[in-house]
Design a binder for this molecule. Sequence first.
Ligand code: SAM
Ligand code: SF4
Length: 374
Amino acid sequence: MAGIYIHIPFCRKRCSYCDFHFSTSFEKYRGDLIRKIGEEIEFRKSELNEQIDTIYIGGGTPSILAPAELDLLLNQIFKHYKTTSLDEVTLEVNPEDVDANKLTYWKSLGVNRLSIGLQSIKEQDLRWMNRAHAAKDGKDAIRLAAQKGFNRISADIMYGLPDLTTHHWVDTLEQMVRLPINHISTYCLTVEPKTSLKKNIATGQLKMPSEESIENQFHLMIDTFVGKGFEHYEVSNFAHPGEESVHNSNYWKGIPYLGFGPSAHSYDGLRRRWNISNNLSYIKANFSCSDWFESETLSKENKWNELFLTGLRARWGVKTTDILEAGGFTENESERLEYWETLGCLTLNPQFISLTNKGMLLADKITQDFFRLT
Ligand SMILES: C[S@@+](CC[C@H](N)C(=O)[O-])C[C@H]1O[C@@H](n2cnc3c(N)ncnc32)[C@H](O)[C@@H]1O
Ligand code: SF4
């Protein structure tokens, strides 16, 4: 069981809040970069002998890819990896790229799940975000994808936005549950250094909401989505039963994956590795050398921290057997465990430890409470 991630580092515009790895001036080298990712896929084939269950093509903006480019990448995977048990191929899609023709060829190439980046359905937000689409485009894209036969559609939406009133948030949530989607990924806006959002906050052009109103938005979101049949299966993710993202769930379960393309991460169960975050250096890389990626073998402490970092966020929690295998809790950690249980934030089951609904809101704080120094 394993997954493959491909990072496409191209975007039409620079969204004001985003610090992922991407370039907006990629046309002069796009062909070279896609071919190079194709070469990486082939070059690293001996690293993964297991069956590939999921492929996730993310970015950046992979929906920019032309049919031949996407075809090249997927075919390299089909040619060099074991894909007979492949059951989920997700493409991250920006609304402005969606049309009937593209939907048809994505389907014909084997894509069976779309993750569509709405981010907001309020025009004013999309403008300060510097998004390349309008509010109507987002909803139209989802409806068209459903009409064209995509029955696994996820939407990304952000909360904790400047000037987001309760009224607007409730309206957003109500509109979301009326869309033909069966998965929702939510993101609480973070103000990253070196983004134009950061500057706009510093100059007072935009004002971040209070902790209290973010908390309120989080609760409203859970109540609305759960009330409409979505399961809150991970701190930031909701799905209709059986529609969880297999690819992302496998990340949280610690299942190995290979990541191709600039800045992509890989994990083989023992080691994490990340590719160079520079498109031109990636194109020039000699794959036989080791100067185009960095890697880290996980120490005992790293593995312990990962158990909590990944497992605790998900509904299924951290397995007791994994905790015991990693050496078990120290006395001090056991006390903290009891503390969070008494506060109603953790459920201690003989088989696993998991967050309660209340604990989901404090997931980062609780997780960090079990971290060990590396
Ligand atoms: C890197 S984007 C790629 C998806 C696609 N390009 C799009 O824009 O919809 C993946 C997700 O990260 C989230 N994201 C990026 N920057 C963020 C930030 N500063 N705070 C919270 N979420 C962020 C967005 O919600 C986005 O859907
Ligand atoms: S949010 Fe998506 S489209 Fe916007 S810059 Fe980031 S990766 Fe690109």
